[in-house]
Ligand binder design. Structure first.
Ligand code: HEC
Ligand code: HEC
Ligand code: HEC
Ligand code: HEC
Ligand code: HEC
Length: 484
């Protein structure tokens, strides 16, 4: 019965006057077992029971899809595409951008992070606490599966959504039991992803460039798509797809399919307790599973390829070779002004630290120009720090008169240019450190580390309470015994 209600919802929401083609359904749902199955009762297009005729849920809701696609639903539910509309960091940062531009951002930020809420008229200052149920679904199923085409240039949400269109899927022979579907032109292409994974023109800056980087990558040359690396069982690499049923509908025989993962593992994870479930324990379990996946993704992305030292009488020259393992785009990519991928180098003799770079100050930040401890002169600037995070730079002064001062800003949208330090696809980069001459029994430990957000950003957004939730991933570690 529920399906029928939903179709009514569809007509209301889309203003579509035609009954969505039920012939297909009538033909394929023939088994008597469909009686109790949530499968469309195609012979009664109007609810028999009119007092339940109120629209219980929106046909655009993932909850509807969940009835027949439980696996895709639970994967998506735990993903950052769902989290996009729950993230406290997003909410605070979007509010800041809105304030800083006296409202000129409008719904620029929310348009990508909670597309349906924005289409329904929620203002750009809406936060998770105020979002409607559908808005809280963030980038949900229909945003991808009813995106029928894209505009140019790709990026800044260049998608055209049509909620009266057939579901856009990867198969050309889908069994019609539940809805119409077609093999989409866009769904299996990198342009679908690129429409949101390139963020530019704010204000005139290219804030995110995963798609742009991908376009000139070796992966693109070989025809490897975003979907190949990001929707298989092994995150970040092309891996063999799971085989199984694409839907579960009682009484309907479905063929085996090559399936995709909708978890879309990236370095982000939930910073709130009640995501993705209202039950705390269930949420904690899902979040732990996500952290494990992130660890795998990062180990698939980059490694320490080589480490060697050269001794002189006064100093030790240490060379660390860091290698990107991905041909898809830079590492880090996307939100690079915030992503910290860095090297920690510590030389010790017993418990005495002889040299250290990439260590954290008392606030948990790297000792860079944005460290409160460095600014307060409590610790020294880490002169040799290797960090692949982008720099947001702001010129202050008039170039026509003199050389302007250049400052680092916390947020990319406060900068007037962004300097990328990320590794190009498959790049091997040699980093050199000058250490003091080391005693025979010194031990040097080199760690390649990753953190999705630096604590200073959370403090700048007055989200201090979230700092403790930040995780550092150790991607690779090399230890040199006593130096040769
Ligand atoms: C970010 C975009 C995106 C979102 C959100 C999304 N999908 Fe998909 N989905 C895809 C892509 C892309 C494919 C095809 C994968 C490929 O080409 O390898 C796909 C494939 C599928 C398939 C075919 C079977 C399979 O597992 O591959 C089903 C069914 C499906 N999605 C259902 C859903 C449902 C249900 C939701 C919401 C709970 C959802 N999708 C959310 C992009 C998305
Ligand atoms: C009443 C059950 C039912 C509901 C509800 C449902 N689906 Fe499906 N869906 C199916 C069945 C059955 C198939 C066919 C599977 C096959 O052929 O292997 C399918 C196929 C698909 C495909 C692949 C289509 C293709 O041509 O490649 C996608 C994508 C998809 N569904 C997405 C969704 C989304 C998104 C929603 C919610 C907006 C949804 N489905 C709701 C039953 C349902
Ligand atoms: C409608 C816009 C939209 C589309 C289309 C889209 N994404 Fe996303 N994606 C987002 C947003 C927004 C986030 C960040 C959510 C957050 O954490 O707040 C995201 C997050 C991700 C992440 C996780 C990033 C992290 O740091 O954890 C991955 C991986 C990803 N997307 C891959 C893809 C791929 C692959 C496709 C195409 C199949 C795709 N996306 C399509 C908007 C989109
Ligand atoms: C050859 C495999 C491969 C391809 C192709 C690929 N990626 Fe990735 N992607 C990775 C790996 C590995 C990582 C983890 C390293 C990183 O974060 O850069 C990643 C990370 C990401 C992240 C998280 C970035 C961050 O650090 O916040 C996003 C978003 C993303 N990819 C989107 C895309 C999109 C969009 C495409 C297609 C335009 C794409 N990827 C194509 C392998 C790939
Ligand atoms: C064109 C789509 C798009 C627009 C517009 C957009 N974003 Fe995003 N945003 C993304 C994608 C995609 C990611 C994931 C990138 C990654 O992980 O590398 C992301 C990630 C983020 C994250 C990190 C994830 C999280 O939830 O903590 C924050 C914060 C964020 N965006 C804030 C903003 C703000 C503020 C604006 C407006 C100034 C904005 N975004 C505009 C697509 C967009």
């Amino acid at each position: 019965m529920r399906f029928v209600l939903t179709m009514v919802g569809l007509m209301l929401f889309t203003g579509c006057s035609e009954k969505p083609s039920t012939e297909h359904k009538a033909r394929s749902v023939s088994s008597p077992e469909t009686e109790d199955s949530g499968v469309p009762q195609t012979d009664s297009p109007v609810p028999e029971d009119d007092d339940t005729g109120s629209i219980e849920f929106d046909h655009r809701s993932a909850k509807w899809c969940a009835e027949c696609h439980p696996t895709q639903y639970s994967e998506w539910r735990e993903s950052m595409h769902h989290y996009a509309a729950h993230s406290p960091v997003f909410d605070k940062m979007a509010l800041k951008a809105f304030r800083d531009t006296a409202g000129a951002t409008g719904t620029f930020c929310t348009g990508c992070h909670s597309p349906l809420g924005t289409m329904d008229g929620e203002p750009g200052t809406t936060t998770a606490a105020e979002r409607s149920e559908i808005s809280l679904e963030g980038v949900n199923c229909v945003v991808c599966h009813q995106a029928v085409s894209h505009t140019q240039p790709i990026g800044n949400k260049s998608l055209e959504l049509d909620f009266s269109a057939s579901i856009q899927g990867p198969f050309s022979d889908a069994v019609m039991a539940g809805h119409d579907s077609v093999k989409g032109d866009l769904i299996d292409k990198p342009e679908l992803c690129g429409s949101c994974h390139d963020v530019f023109n704010f204000p005139g800056l290219r804030i995110e460039e995963a798609y742009t980087e991908y376009q000139s990558s070796p992966a693109a040359d070989e025809g490897i798509r975003c979907q190949d690396c990001h929707m298989g069982p092994n995150p970040g690499v092309v891996s063999e797809r799971r085989i199984g049923k694409a839907a579960v509908v009682a009484g309907v025989e479905l063929p085996d399919r090559s399936l995709s993962s909708h978890r879309f593992v990236g370095p982000d994870y939930s910073l709130i307790d009640r995501f993705p479930y209202s039950d705390l324990e269930e949420s904690a379990e899902a979040q732990d599973a996500m952290l494990e996946q992130i660890d795998t993704l990062l180990k698939n992305a980059v490694k320490i390829a080589d480490v060697y030292t050269e001794e002189t009488a006064e100093e030790t020259l240490l060379t660390v070779v860091v290698k990107s393992l991905t041909s898809g785009h830079n590492v880090p990519t996307g939100f690079t002004s915030e992503r910290q991928l860095w090297l920690e180098v510590v030389a010790k003799n017993d418990e005495t630290v002889l040299f250290s770079s990439g260590d954290l100050d008392s606030y948990g930040d790297l000792r860079d120009h944005l460290s409160w401890s460095v600014i307060a002169d409590d610790v020294e600037l880490d002169e040799q720090l290797v960090n692949f995070q982008s720099l947001n730079l702001l010129r202050v002064g008039d170039v026509a008169i003199s050389t302007p001062d250049v400052y680092e800003t916390i947020f990319p949208f406060d900068a007037d240019y962004i300097v990328r330090r990320s590794l190009n696809p498959l790049e091997e980069r040699r980093l050199q450190y000058t250490l003091p001459a080391l005693p025979e029994d010194a031990e040097v430990t080199i760690r390649l580390r990753y953190r999705n957000l630096p604590p200073y950003i959370l403090r700048a957004l007055q989200l201090d309470e979230l700092v403790d939730r930040l995780q550092i991933f150790d991607i690779d570690t090399v230890t040199l015994g006593s130096t040769p």
